[in-house]
Design a protein around this ligand. Structure first.
Ligand code: ADP
Ligand code: GLC
Length: 485
């Protein structure tokens, strides 16, 4: 049965991306639409969206709209944007006062209002379009308040009578915390008693906690993270609430859009290969090493990293271990990422110290991310926590062996290689410390010299199927379980 779904997200590939949230939102739109569902997706019409070459059109009947949050009134209109290579469309909420900023996220004082307006816009456009959603799917703190708004501001409207809410936690590390003095902006005219009393007493509103309290279903992006979230170690203060809501929680592993991430048809890389053409991968590596001016012959492993440089990603573990490993072992390192200064400084310093062996690019580049996946032999993700993680799945498809810590979606998608049986898809370590990550890198570098075993390991990974066309079934089943009486 086709479902009517309203979906709101702060990021959607290919229009605006800071991390995996964008890839997941874009893929859900594309694959739910392909599965016959009626998906109305809303995202901010950021000024940074590269509009050339995209089919973006203003919608006549979605012009001159407004929303008032406390004493602030925002006018907005809506454009549609065609998803490339799909007949699905995204709806961009055009509100220059909020979305004409240099970056997707800011630390400006009105950051919460930027995303509250997006959330309201989803409801207001459903009203304008007389679209009665069966499912309203919100993502992360940005749009979490939608589950509350359905029960408060929009509760009067029969259009939403059958709607059930889903809130997906992509990352519990970001919660949207504001001063309780802003309650009239979060809940216009609504009773303050609907907000968490503990937070309120402490002078705060926590948008994510609010959203989690009212969601009919809470999903997260891997089964392991769904369990971890209920522990003090990973719950970041949400564990008590989440333990109470255990019956509402489900973990659905993210998928990969193989139209975008497949070495047999990669749009950025100069040559293409499948599991039986690993010589081509070696040639891509040579070409790439020349481009980034790294030395080393064919038996020198290239380790790749593409990541937001945030504490979550575990790079603290490398501060002491990586310089020693670079001294002791023969391998090269390429890093693409931006973020916290201490990690940027660390990788810059490493590049200065080992100029022929370490290459660091402090920027965001889809093109370079694809080259790193195709050219590297190994891909390092030592995450402290990882709700799902996408690059380990991209890496496997490219025959680039993931080296990961056993947490969240990394634990669910990478199996440690067993040389005796030849089974497994990567190198997996357990403990969050420098010894463990050194052990993992040493193990990978040793194995890399054993050609047959390494080839097997690469091919095991390349044979995995994490396609969205499969993973999307988990979402459809979850939606259906909610709409059935
Ligand atoms: P997260 O969402 O926590 O950042 P994921 O592994 O789910 O982690 O997704 C990260 C996505 O962002 C991947 O598609 C990765 O290639 C991409 N990415 C991260 N940093 C960069 C960068 N500097 N340049 C290009 N792509 C990047
Ligand atoms: C987050 C998580 C990442 C996940 C992504 C998409 O930002 O950090 O692990 O893959 O969201 O769900």
């Amino acid at each position: 049965m086709p479902l009517k779904i309203c979906f709101a997200s702060a990021e959607v590939t290919p229009f605006a991306k800071a991390g995996g949230l964008a890839d997941v939102s874009g893929a859900l739109l594309k694959y739910l639409h392909a599965d016959g569902h009626d998906v109305l997706l809303f995202m901010p019409g950021y000024s940074s969206i590269q509009r050339e070459g995209l089919e973006i059109h203003p919608v006549d009947y979605l012009r001159g709209l407004s929303v008032t949050l406390g004493t602030h009134r925002y006018d907005f209109s809506v454009s549609t944007a065609q998803l490339p290579d799909s007949s699905a469309i995204a709806h961009l909420v055009d509100c220059p006062a909020l979305f004409n900023r240099p970056s997707l996220y800011t630390s400006d004082a009105d950051e919460h209002r930027r995303f509250l307006v997006l959330t309201h816009a989803a409801f207001i456009c459903c009203q304008r379009m007389a679209f009665a959603p069966q499912i309203m799917h919100f993502n992360d703190w940005h749009t979490a308040a939608g589950t509350l708004l359905l029960r408060s501001t929009y509760a009067w409207d029969r259009l939403f009578q059958a709607a059930r809410t889903v809130l997906t936690v992509h990352n519990i590390g970001y919660q949207g915390i504001l001063s309780s003095t802003l309650h009239a902006e979060v809940l216009p005219g609504g009773p303050v008693s609907m907000l968490d009393a503990g937070d309120f007493a402490a002078g705060r509103i926590n948008l994510l906690r609010t959203g989690l309290s009212y969601a009919d279903r809470i999903t997260t992006v891997s089964p392991t993270y769904a369990r971890e979230l209920r522990t003090a170690e990973y719950g970041m203060g949400m564990e008590t609430l989440l333990r109470k809501r255990t019956d509402a929680i489900v973990g659905i592993l993210n998928g990969v859009d193989y139209d975008e991430w497949d070495p047999r048809r990669d749009r950025y890389v100069s040559q293409h290969y499948g599991a039986n053409q690993l010589g081509v991968k070696a040639a891509i590596k040579d070409e790439f090493l020349q481009r980034i001016h790294l030395s080393g012959g064919p038996r020198t492993a290239l380790v790749g990293i593409v990541s937001r440089l945030a504490t979550q990603k575990g790079f603290d573990l490398l501060f002491d271990s990586l310089p020693l490993l670079l001294q002791a072992r023969e391998f090269n390192l390429v890093v693409l990422g931006t973020g916290e200064a201490r990690y940027e400084n660390f990788f810059s310093a490493l590049q200065r110290r080992f100029p022929a062996r370490v290459h660091f690019e402090r920027r965001y580049s889809d093109e370079l991310a694809h080259w790193i996946e195709a050219a590297s032999d190994m891909f390092l993700m030592p995450s402290r926590y990882e709700p799902c993680g996408l690059n380990q799945m991209y890496s496997m498809r490219y025959g680039t062996v993931p080296i990961v810590r056993r947490t969240g979606g990394l634990a669910d998608s990478v199996q440690h290689f067993d040389a005796a049986t030849g089974s497994g898809t990567g190198i997996v370590f357990n403990d969050y410390n420098a010894e463990a990550v050194s052990w993992a890198l040493n193990t990978a570098l040793d194995l890399y010299q054993q050609r047959a075993a390494w080839r097997r390991l690469m091919q095991n990974g390349m044979a995995q199927d994490y396609s969205w066309s499969r993973q999307v079934r988990g979402y459809v089943e979850m939606y259906q379980s909610l709409v059935q009486p």
